[in-house]
Ligand binder design. Sequence first.
Ligand SMILES: *Cc1c(COP(=O)(O)O)cnc(C)c1O
Length: 368
Amino acid sequence: MHIPFINLRLQYESIRTEIDEAIQSVFRDAQFIGGEPVKKFEEQFANLFGMPHCISTGNGTDSLFIILKALDIKTGDEVIAPAFGCMPSAEVISLAGANPVFCDVDPNFYTLDPEQLQKKITAKTKAVIAVHLYGQAAPLTEIKKICDERGIFLIEDCAQAHLTRDDEGRLAGTVGIAAAFSFYPTKNLGAYGDAGCILTPNADLAEKMRRLRNHGALVKDDHELEGMNSRMDTLQAALLSVKLKHLVAGNARRAVLAQQYATQLSNLPQVQLPQERSGSTHSYHIFCIVTEQRDELKNYLAEHGVETLIHYPLGLPFTPAYRHLLLAEKEFPVTHRLQHQVLSLPLYPELKREQVTCVAQLIRQYFS
Ligand SMILES: *Cc1c(COP(=O)(O)O)cnc(C)c1O
């Protein structure tokens, strides 16, 4: 038996005709940067969220970086990011010249802890990057209130949270000053290569971000400012328009399988299951369990043909890239514990119910 962590081949097979047609159409038109497919995808994505502006980009990391640049975040500024999460949500801060300030996460939901956040704010704090980790919405109401009171920008990292809703029923990506999305192939909405986008309610920011992603120009040679090259390929845009039609169904299937895991793994005292904030919806980009016997369980599952991953094996303050900040483990107790205890189980729309049962049975067997 082999249950891979993800199988993108199965996904392609399930929509092959539509994807192949979209590829043919882009090649027939022979326009590979910009053009109608990019405009169309931006409109479709913005409409799906009820947002006025969608700016497509080369990837999710660039989306975050472009947001920081558009907000004029620069040397001397501080930006707060979760200590538990992935590199892109933090590295863009230094890349913009500012200083990353890490904040510990909530032990139940693994998103920014608003109480800790309060303590991290200084006179230099310009923005907070709230990451909707694993597809669970960060507590946007509390975080936004703190940001508004202190005059700080709220930026949402929605790379794992396509169509996640927070506990007030709002779509993740519609609450902050701007939100970054990634369409990395394994994300809930994934391209066949790198791609990303930004949502914002603000027209001036939207125009600036359109310039930043294209050498400072909206049209050829109109360089009003310095920018970069981070455009979404025409081909990826055309493919994403096809895949967008399957996003709701894909998320629904993930939710069904997540519920099945939850049922079949219930009453196991050694395992903490993902929890959903009441009223919210989880997009289940990642189904993450927390257990003290993480490494042993991971090995046991591997021996039985089940591939699992660890998101993430080191809290950001403890990675070599941030060693120079000399951050103490005791400042981030939840992050420090989670890095040793989190385990991501296979979960994707093409996974079969029998496979979920099989993984769950192996886990119960391990703990019995
Ligand atoms: C994937 C991811 C990113 C980066 O997206 P890329 O498209 O790979 O650059 C940023 N933040 C989070 C939380 C992610 O999961």
